[in-house]
Design a protein around this ligand. Structure first.
Ligand code: SAM
Length: 268
């Protein structure tokens, strides 16, 4: 794979662009692990973001019914079209965060890390069965962090409210060319059967002050909910889980807070 990558880079005179996260996988085992974890089979319609020079895409195309792959770099797309004669791959040119996604049931992707956050929030709002995604290790650790831990953030809460998230494998810098500055991790995301759909503005408002107690955090960012401090006086001190700090809240507990605020007409 490494040789083939260098061959293609030199054949087309490409210099990988760090600004759009062009770090190509050069270890076959990692590609195998991603496909195996996603349990890709002939009934699957796969969404891939960022095919790069197509090594993962090619393996997906061999095993899935259909692969949609979204790539932002027109030059890369021209190379893919010249180098492969896939008949079950549709390449979509554009920014994966902005373009409308086709229907799919699984995601397998080595994404550009800059779009990790918007990509993940978009994914979590979409219907799918299973996603296996490469992230920067720090980001992956935030996704799986448990309430009360140092890494627990808005991302952890939202990801775990909607999905079951698990780090499958940590991956060193040497698995990519050019070598990135950060370590990576392959993450499995499966939607929860009992999804907890939370008011995103409330979650944002709370996590503005992740170390404060719930009433304090709400008072300090109540403007984000379009409400004045006067309107919450007398209500906010009795909010559920008032003795907890924001970073200790489970998704179910945020739901309790949301319902309480709804009942008192603070949010709709
Ligand atoms: N899948 C390939 C691999 O594993 O070798 C390449 C992965 S590389 C980390 C990320 C790819 O995403 C690059 O091909 C880059 O051009 C593309 N890309 C960057 N930003 C993008 C965006 N916003 N939408 C879609 N593709 C993007």
């Amino acid at each position: 794979m490494r040789d083939r990558l260098f061959f293609l880079l030199s054949k087309y005179g490409i210099r990988p662009r760090d600004s759009i996260g062009q770090h190509f996988l050069i270890i076959e085992d990692v590609i195998e692990k991603a496909i195996e974890t996603a349990n890709v089979n002939e009934n699957d319609v796969i969404l891939e973001v960022g095919p790069g020079l197509g090594f993962l895409t090619d393996e997906l195309a061999k095993r899935a019914k259909k692969v949609y792959t979204i790539e932002i770099d027109q030059k890369i797309i021209e190379i893919l079209k010249k180098e492969y004669s896939w008949n079950n791959v549709k390449i979509i040119q554009g920014d994966a965060v902005r373009v409308e996604w086709p229907k799919f049931n699984k995601v397998v992707s080595n994404i550009p890390y800059k779009i990790s956050s918007p990509f993940t929030f978009k994914l979590l709002k979409t219907d799918f069965e299973r996603a296996v995604v490469m992230y920067q290790l720090e980001f992956a650790l935030r996704m799986v962090a448990k309430p009360g831990s140092r890494n627990y953030s808005r991302l952890s809460l939202m990801a775990q409210a909607l999905g079951n998230v698990e780090i499958v494998m940590k991956i060193g810098k040497g698995a990519f060319y050019p070598r990135p500055k950060v370590d990576s991790a392959l993450v499995l995301i499966e939607p929860r059967k009992d999804k907890i759909v939370l008011n995103e503005n409330l979650v944002k408002a709370l996590f503005q002050h992740r170390r404060k107690t719930v009433p304090r955090a709400l008072k300090d960012s109540i403007h984000m909910l379009g409400v004045s401090k006067d309107e919450i006086r007398g209500i906010i001190n009795n909010v559920p889980h008032s003795n907890k700090r924001v970073f200790q809240l489970y998704p179910e507990e945020v739901k309790d807070i949301e319902e309480y605020l709804k009942k008192h007409g603070i949010i709709s």
